[in-house]
Design a protein around this ligand. Structure first.
Ligand code: AMP
Ligand code: TRP
Length: 332
């Protein structure tokens, strides 16, 4: 049996980009891989490395959990939990920090990028964040970690920390492998198709929030920026707008670009956009309905309780083993 683990930060709204580029991928892994133990957690401790509003954070944690289930993660197949509810993450994080060099952390690209954006000062946790991420992974002896390309460097660091620890204290951790989706869709902004669709874009018309009103979503698609030649053809360089919409179309319907091109030959953008608006609406309507049920029910809490209990059981055992390896506490 292989263990898969991934975490997602509860920051801001969840966009169509998150759905097609990340969430749908988890659902696919859950359904296609056999003999796996899959853990997914809401990385709330990671979210507070930069300032967060308390009420918003609480809301985002629940929303994200509900959306994951609504999008198809099956609680019978996946253990879903909230990171801060399993205290061993921070405990192992500290023990790993004692085996990580500052120089290694200062080399992390994401740290360098985020550091310059901080107005109120840089927290020390922004620097140590990748060690907490290593703890998240090593705590559960994870074999495979599905992440986006941007997390590859953190995965490499995790592997180095695991190997170093094993060499120093004896075999303790499984050395994990990253699992980067082969064709992870990159969904672009609807107003500027040369930029990635992002919830932090100041123009809300540039993205689709999965929980937006369906009519607003349809209008966003219909008014997406495209070129003026009117031919539905995939050409990312010269026709980035229509190519982006074709990516969305293809991800949802599983049709190839060629099939879409043939289908819309001579039909123009208006028909294509109207159809895509319906396709997206049909994909998101059941998700929104399921979300509404979950967010007000006790079911979600029960799912998160089960996830927490299962994760805690594994985490307690592991931390006890690591303490023993290092020589912490008293011998039992
Ligand atoms: P973020 O919202 O940046 O924290 O990203 C959460 C997850 O969604 C990561 O796995 C990203 O790679 C993925 N993601 C975010 N935006 C997009 C996008 N526009 N297209 C595809 N994937 C995305
Ligand atoms: N750092 C990841 C991100 O920003 C989220 C994350 C935290 C994670 N811990 C993890 C992903 C462990 C995979 C495994 O997207």
């Amino acid at each position: 049996m292989k263990r898969l683990l991934s975490g997602i930060q509860p920051t801001g709204v969840v966009t169509l980009g998150n759905y097609l580029g990340a969430i749908k991928n988890f659902v696919k892994l859950q359904n296609e891989l056999e003999d796996i133990d899959f853990l997914v957690f809401i990385a709330d401790l990671h979210a507070i490395t930069v300032p967060q509003n308390k009420t918003e954070l609480r809301k985002n944690i629940k929303t994200l959990a509900a959306l994951y289930i609504a999008c198809g993660l099956d609680p019978k197949k996946v253990h879903l939990f909230v990171q801060s509810e399993v205290i061993e993450h921070t405990m192992l994080g500290y023990m790993l920090e004692c085996n990580t060099y500052i120089g290694e952390l200062e080399r992390m690209t994401q740290y360098k990028d985020k550091k310059v954006k901080q107005i109120e000062g840089v927290s020390s946790s922004l620097l140590t964040y990748p060690v907490l991420m290593a703890a998240d992974i090593l705590l559960y002896d994870s074999d495979l970690v599905p992440v986006g390309e941007d997390q590859k460097q953190h995965l490499e660091l995790t592997r180095n920390i695991a190997i170093r620890f094993n060499n120093k204290y004896g075999e303790t951790f499984v050395v994990p492998e990253p699992y980067i989706a082969k064709q992870g869709a990159r969904v672009m902004s609807l107003t500027d198709p040369t930029k990635k669709m992002s919830k932090s874009d100041p123009n809300p018309k540039s993205y689709i929030n999965l929980l937006d009103d369906i009519n607003i979503i349809k209008n966003r698609i219909k008014s997406a920026v495209t070129d003026s030649d009117g031919c539905v053809r995939y050409d990312i360089v010269n026709k980035p707008g229509i190519s982006n919409l074709m990516t969305i179309y293809s991800c949802i319907t599983n049709k190839t670009y060629e099939e879409i091109e043939n289908q819309y030959q001579g039909l123009g953008y208006q028909q294509f956009k109207a159809d895509l608006a319906e396709i997206v609406a049909n994909e998101l309507t059941p998700i929104q309905e399921r979300y509404k049920e979950l967010i007000t029910s006790k079911e979600l809490d029960a799912i998160l309780d089960e996830g927490r209990d299962y994760a805690s059981m594994l985490a307690r055992r592991k931390v006890s083993k690591v303490k023993d390896r290092i020589g912490l506490g008293r011998k039992k």
